[in-house]
Design a binder for this molecule. Structure first.
Ligand code: FES
Ligand SMILES: [Fe+2]
Length: 428
């Protein structure tokens, strides 16, 4: 349960709001690099943290993220011509470079371009993603997750629009207890099947270790014969989860890790970023690289790329639910694991009223995240640096394993969950 005032505090992200100020301390994934494939290609419209922006790649290949609306009379620069080192408004020909500086005014006999500058944000391109920093001052260390460092053939990144506030999407992702229920499948290939440790295991106990980047946590599920199934994750402030992917019907030996970023578009919409990568020598398969990884529900089969990555199943068509399929094939009657996540999270309405909920021990990770978020809002208000800004998350991995119940899972999983070993210095 979260009182109404706190619910408002942690969900609203527009300029000047406390949560909006916190969000503006971090690099945000904005676009996939392939959306701006070449110098002077068409610009892309973009909304982040409630701000309407336009992104373009100039003649030199530099990416600009600037205010969408022309400083003259506010026409959209998305209509603009991207030419010779800047984006030119088609209404009266004012032109802007990647820093938002006006560099030409076609309709003025005496130019005052030097006095005109649009809001613009720093960008960084890594891991096939264009990131932007919407805060003031010097940007923090670059967003350097391990998936951004592997080769293109070892990585898949895609994105999909979700019609809900970012926080309920993040909570849905952090929540391990739902996965073998919501995503359960009676038939192979339709979700998480009954033969997995995920489904065979009992209800999970959650264990959360707070760290300087957010927390590391595990869902510990009892199995028969004194075994336990432990699924270890990380939450990196403010909106990233790293999770193991080895069990997705592929056997334990693969070195594939998955994750998400849940990035606020505005208060009632968010962009769900999905990524998978292999840190071993094995590359991802062609289908995984085409959006088919991450459990399914993403990629062009499910998402209309040409319509700002909106999902084909959405509240207006009841997420394409098929009741016959729900009886015989999987728990939901909805195809695609991440499509199932979107359905339940959007079904709560744009901003869920957390004063009406009833949380239990299975929601421990969600409760811990909310505490960290409220703490971080305060840290920023006091002029400090919140968790997850410093570079301490760069070497995180996720791991899962079946092991004897007598073995402490931290001892077994830790060496696999951090590239550089020791966690002690990061626990707080
Ligand atoms: S509105 Fe853009 S140049 Fe006039
Ligand atoms: Fe899920």
């Amino acid at each position: 349960m979260l009182p109404k005032e706190e619910n408002e505090l942690v969900t609203r992200v527009g300029p000047g709001t406390p949560m909006g100020e916190l969000m503006r301390k971090y690099w945000l994934p904005a676009l996939l690099s392939w959306e701006l494939p070449s110098p002077d290609c068409p610009p892309i419209r973009l909304k982040l943290l409630g701000e309407q922006l336009v992104a373009f790649r100039d003649t030199n290949g530099n990416v600009g993220v600037i205010d969408e609306f022309c400083a003259h009379r506010r026409a959209s620069l998305w209509l603009g011509r991207n030419e010779e080192g800047g984006l030119r408004c088609v209404f009266h020909g004012w032109k802007y470079d990647v820093t938002g500086q006006c560099v030409d005014q076609m309709n003025e006999p005496e130019s005052f371009k030097d006095k005109i500058k649009l809001a613009s944000y720093a960008t960084s391109e890594r891991g096939g993603v264009i990131w932007t920093y919407m805060g003031r001052g010097t940007p923090p260390p670059p967003p350097d997750f391990e998936y951004t460092r592997v080769s293109e053939r070892h990585r898949e990144v895609n994105r999909v629009w979700q019609e809900s506030n970012w926080l309920q999407a993040l909570e849905g992702g952090l929540d391990t207890s739902h996965a073998p229920i919501l995503h359960r499948a009676m038939k192979a290939g339709a979700g998480i099947t009954m033969d997995t440790a995920f489904v065979r295991g009992g209800a999970p106990s959650l264990e959360v270790d707070i760290t300087d980047y957010g927390y590391r946590y595990a869902g510990v599920r009892p199995l028969v014969e004194d075994q336990q199934y432990v699924r270890g994750y990380h939450f990196v402030m403010p909106f990233t989860q790293i999770r193991p992917s080895q069990n997705a019907g592929r056997g334990q030996e693969r070195t594939v890790i998955s994750g998400h970023h849940w990035v606020p578009i505005d208060d009632e919409n968010c962009m769900v970023w999905n990524w998978d990568y292999s840190y071993g020598s094995e590359e991802l398969s062609e289908s995984e690289r085409g959006g088919g990884g991450n459990g399914g529900g993403n990629g062009p089969q499910y998402v209309d790329y040409a319509n700002e990555f909106r999902a084909k199943g959405n509240p207006r068509n009841n997420w394409l639910i098929d009741r016959e399929m729900q009886r015989t094939v999987n728990f939901t009657g909805i195809r695609g694991i991440n499509a199932q996540d979107r359905a339940v999270q959007e079904s709560m309405g744009p901003i869920v009223d957390r004063s009406l909920e009833h949380l239990g021990p299975a929601d421990k990770a969600i409760i811990a995240m909310r505490r960290l978020m409220l703490e971080a809002i305060k840290v920023v208000e006091d002029g400090g640096t919140p968790r997850g800004v410093a570079a301490s998350y760069y070497d995180l991995r996720a791991y899962e394993k079946v092991l004897p119940r007598t073995l402490p899972w931290r001892d077994v999983l830790d060496p696999e969950m951090y590239q550089k070993g020791a966690t002690a210095s990061r626990l707080t």
